[in-house]
Design a protein around this ligand. Structure first.
Ligand code: GCW
Length: 720
């Protein structure tokens, strides 16, 4: 792609500009900021390449394209770029499909367009009627929208546009946000205010935020939103709520965002007046069919249902002695005539305590492979437990070749510092996607299961549990926006690196000044590992406080065993860690032999996952030469120290960006530093009560007692 060449920009200019032009920043504009470009060389080049806009065709989507372009270009170039309809001149930005534009139909793009499908696009410098123009073309108007945002991103990140040649096709077809939003506007695991969906005021009042939400999503390729919590409320399926849902769908439609709802399995009983929700009962089947027909009458492009069944108290087919497949297929049959899909979650948390919770999803779903209808996805969390700071990839990836699996990542930071920690999640996403399952030998990465290439699936998808709320900056922490951004960009292009995405996001969200971008990108890239170190190093997991999951709680031991921390870390005087080899729960046998062989031996198991798979003695010798106990201490201290370094880096950048966001991040980093120290001290002291070994001399000793940490109560944490 020739166009990736970036302009070198003189840093000194920025220091001057940051102070006066970027005041009043509340983060609302996300990465779609379009501020005026001040570098005259860049500005000059963009002006000469962009003299007028011609958009051929008519649709709601094209109106949105025009609006975005006019805002974006007039913002960045400092003057209106005229919208014309007749005469091509040098420097026209020509947008259209071959069907809507004879000029484009005459260009040699037909072969390329055979590859771009419905959503993909081409951006190309071409001669049109003998004039040098930039052409954005696609098979559908939506492709033109994605291409337009991509083009604007070029300008936002100061890339050269003199000779563009881009063909872009999304890696997966369904790129969805999952909102865990309740109808009363609380958000399960939400740390950014209330739910965006104002059910009380809908459908009569439609907040302007809905359109901005759709724009932001479209700009990164997201094409669907599940509006409601997987811990579902059947009310959303009643006519009153469907009318409200239809109003949202209407705002989202031009931007290509389809709406989806969570279907509570017991809805036929709760809102349908039936005495059963048995998926094989003819009345139940009929109820769902009529419900689907009713939904599609109001929302013709409704996406489908997301279902959490027989997990954490949610009802499901097993209540009637039926399988997940029987439940999912019944819903799938109701949606199929309308083109809808079912996303059936594999996150099952049985009412009986399993011998190893990490094994449950595989045990329940693997035998059902091949039994699901063609419009059913099984939606699988990245790891086998629950969005921990680090998990191995889920063993279902590669184990259900006859079923399309949809990835579920969590953007909201339930286990990663919630609303206050700067943790950039793209490295976590990439780590999972790049893991080799060995399902079909070497090179069977999780990404190839998700994009359908390994098993030849025709439907493909990724879901991100949203971190969006009513906070003025949408996500609470300015850097939490990067996780929304990264999810969208990755689901569009699985080959993008975490580094590239961070850089794009920083340039668009803050500044193109490399004096800022380079060190902050480094902070972002390290941030997930820092959090792993101060929370759950060396493969520890699920040792957070009970219920709200904020802060450490390695001592949690009462109640249902697999909801406690002691179940997962298994610390005793001999050692620490969960033995998942054949001598323990044997969860490792759920992986393909190559993976199993590597992980079953502590010497070849990656240290990052050591205590996930092994219970090891405190004196076990690590590659650093330290004992396990010493290494554990060192990791905790390193994690907290890294936050101090992030804070120092950030402070050194004062003046390079607006004061508001600078100070907000600064304040958040202070909280993060305090909380990293809390995690470190509480965990080191707790594990010391088993290891009975001193904290290595070179490390500063905790200032407080274990008792102090055990007694911290946080009854009012948001997001439960
Ligand atoms: O991560 C856990 C959360 C629950 C959530 C559940 C799930 C929506 O603690 O709050 O419920 O997973 O994914 O269903």
């Amino acid at each position: 792609m020739k166009s990736s060449t970036r302009y070198r920009i003189i840093p000194a200019l920025f220091a001057l500009l940051a102070c006066h032009s970027l005041s009043g920043e509340n983060g609302y504009r996300l990465w779609l900021r379009y501020d005026t470009i001040h570098d005259t060389v860049v500005l000059q080049a963009y002006h000469s390449a962009l003299k007028q806009i011609m958009v051929e065709g008519h649709s709601g989507t094209l109106n949105a394209v025009i609006e975005e372009l006019q805002n974006g270009l007039s913002g960045m170039l400092g003057q209106e770029i005229p919208l014309v309809s007749e005469t091509i001149t040098e420097g026209t930005l020509l947008i259209g499909t071959p069907a809507s534009s004879d000029r484009i139909a005459a260009l040699p793009v037909k072969d390329l367009l055979r590859r771009t499908g419905n959503d993909g696009f081409i951006i190309k410098t071409c001669l049109v009627s003998g004039k040098k123009c930039i052409v954005i073309t696609a098979n559908e108007d939506l492709g033109l929208m994605y291409g337009t945002f991509h083009f604007l991103r070029f300008l936002q990140t100061r890339q050269q546009i003199a000779d563009i040649d881009v063909v872009s096709v999304p890696s997966v077809q369904f790129r969805l946000l999952n909102h865990w939003d309740n109808l009363n506007r609380t958000v399960e695991r939400g740390y950014a205010g209330c739910s965006l969906w104002d059910w009380l005021l809908l459908p009569d009042t439609v907040s302007p935020r809905y359109k901005d939400y759709a724009r932001a999503n479209a700009s990164i390729g997201i094409n669907g939103a599940v509006l409601t919590n997987v811990n579902a409320d059947a009310l959303v399926l009643t006519p009153q709520y469907l009318e409200k849902t239809a109003a949202l769908a209407e705002v989202f439609r031009p931007y290509g965002i389809k709406v989806y709802l969570t279907a509570r399995f017991s809805a036929p009983v709760e809102v349908g007046g039936l005495s059963t929700a048995d998926p094989l009962d003819p009345q139940v089947i009929d109820w769902w069919q009529k419900k689907a027909d009713e939904i599609y009458r109001q929302i013709p492009d409704f996406g489908g249902f997301l279902v959490k069944a027989n997990s954490e108290g949610q009802p499901g087919p097993q209540n009637y002695g039926r399988t997940h497949a029987e439940g999912a297929n019944m819903l799938a049959r109701a949606l199929a005539p309308h083109g809808g899909i079912v996303m059936w979650r594999a996150f099952v948390y049985d009412s009986n305590v399993p011998e190893d919770r990490a094994k449950q999803a595989y045990d329940e779903f693997k035998p059902l492979d091949g039994k699901f209808s063609s419009n059913v996805f099984i939606q699988v969390k990245n790891g086998p437990i629950d969005f921990q700071p680090r998990e191995p990839f889920h063993p279902l990836f590669g184990s259900m070749p006859g079923t399309p699996l949809m990835m579920e990542f969590q953007l909201t930071q339930e286990y990663l510092g919630q609303g206050t920690h700067l943790v950039y999640l793209a490295p976590l996403f990439k780590e999972c996607l790049q893991s080799d399952t060995y399902a079909k030998g070497k090179g069977s990465e999780v990404a190839r299961i998700i994009d359908g290439t390994l098993e030849n699936h025709t439907i493909t998808g990724m879901a991100g549990v949203s971190n969006i709320g009513t906070d003025s900056d949408w996500c609470g922490h300015p850097f939490a926006q990067s996780n929304w951004y990264a999810f969208g960009r990755l689901s569009w292009d699985l080959s993008l690196t975490a580094d590239t995405i961070a850089e794009e996001w920083l340039r668009m969200t803050f500044t193109n000044n490399e004096t800022f971008v380079i060190p902050v990108k480094q902070m972002m890239m390290g941030s997930r590992e820092y959090a792993v170190n101060y929370m759950t190093p060396l493969g520890l997991h699920h040792i957070m406080a009970r219920d709200h999951h904020h802060g450490p709680g390695p001592w949690v031991s009462e109640g249902r065993p697999d909801w406690t921390s002691v179940y997962y870390h298994r610390a005793d005087t001999a050692g620490v860690g969960f033995d998942r080899t054949a001598s323990g729960s044997d969860a490792l046998s759920q992986y393909f032999p190559e993976v199993k062989q590597q992980y079953e031996n502590p010497d070849s198991c990656p240290e990052t996952l050591l205590l996930w798979f092994h219970h090891l003695p405190w004196d076990y010798r690590m590659t650093t030469g330290r004992t396990l106990w010493e290494e554990l201490c060192h990791r905790y201290y390193e994690g907290a120290d890294s936050v101090k370094k992030m804070q120092q880096t950030w402070k050194s950048l004062e003046g390079l960006i607006d004061k508001e966001r600078f100070e907000q991040v600064n304040a958040m980093l202070s909280i993060q530093l305090k909380e990293a120290g809390w995690w470190r001290d509480a965990c080191v002291l707790y594990f010391q009560s088993f290891s009975h070994r001193p904290i290595p001399e070179e490390l500063e000793k905790p200032a407080r007692s274990l008792e102090y940490y055990r007694n911290i109560k946080e009854p009012t944490i948001p997001g439960i």
